[in-house]
Design a protein around this ligand. Structure first.
Ligand SMILES: O=C1C[C@@](O)(C(=O)O)C[C@@H](O)[C@@H]1O
Length: 251
């Protein structure tokens, strides 16, 4: 099963997938530790390399993975860390064969065409995303992104944006639902981060993120806290009773 097929298989089993982010050397242990219900681990390569982890150590950890792995290497403009002396496309190209998915920032997709093609050729699950962690993204930029997503045919279109109040969450949800034909994932950073991780999966977000080894974005809650909340809400059970939002998987 290639990466894309593995994600499709996982997505047929449940309304949304649990993604734990890993950003530290200590956190790499999560890749092969039992964490009930966890579906995928996102490796924040910018944070890991900045923490002194070498590409060889990353390779060794990925070799031992028991969960689907999503690679992402965030530039400071995308809320990531500045890693000096490292060519991010090169690191990603080397590690892609060892992961199931790749998450690239939508606005830089055209600069990373070789990477996109390699990921597609190797059957990886490709997420294109929009990140703005600390200040509200102007509405016209969000609308532009929502119109651009379908032109790059991602397997998942993802937004992780700073939200200041529940009206903005509602606006974002309405725009996503009326404009995005592809599977999507959304979450807020900032004060509404936890609340958003109940609202968006209830509306069809196919991924729910939380930190395994500390916050990977401002306000990002620990995955265990998000899981507790969604269990209290019985969200998975409630959603299993209604049609799957992704009609291509379960009508
Ligand atoms: O896009 C996301 C989601 C996230 O921003 C969050 O708030 O959980 C954390 C990032 O590492 C990840 O790439």
């Amino acid at each position: 099963m290639n990466g894309k097929e593995r994600f499709q298989f996982l997505r047929r089993q449940k309304p949304f997938l649990w993604v734990g982010t890993v950003r530290t050397r200590a956190g790499l242990a999560f890749l092969d530790s039992p964490w009930p219900g966890l579906d995928c681990v996102e490796l924040r390569l910018d944070c890991l390399l900045e923490d002194g982890v070498s590409p060889q150590e990353l390779r060794r950890s990925l070799d031992r993975r028991r969960y689907a792995a999503i690679l992402t290497f965030r530039h400071p403009d995308e809320g990531g860390l500045r890693v000096r002396g490292i060519d991010r496309s090169r690191v990603l190209e080397e590690l892609i064969p060892l992961a199931e998915g790749l998450d690239l920032e939508l606005r830089y997709a055209h600069e990373q065409l070789a990477l996109v093609q390699k990921a597609q050729k190797e059957g990886k699950w490709l997420i294109f995303s929009v990140h703005e962690f600390t200040t509200p993204l102007p509405k016209d930029r969000i609308l532009d992104a929502l119109d651009t997503f379908p032109t790059v045919s991602p397997d998942c279109a993802k937004l992780a944006v700073f939200v200041e109040n529940p009206r903005e969450l509602l606006w974002l949800a309405e725009q996503i639902l009326s404009r995005l034909p592809t599977p999507w994932a959304a979450m807020a950073t900032g004060p509404w981060a936890l609340f958003s991780r109940a609202l968006f999966p209830a509306l069809g977000s196919c991924l729910v993120y939380g930190g395994l080894d500390g916050p990977a974005a401002p306000g990002q809650p620990a995955l265990a806290i998000v899981r507790n909340l969604l269990e209290h809400l019985s969200l998975e059970r409630l959603l299993e009773k209604i049609p799957h939002p992704d009609k291509t998987l379960r009508p």
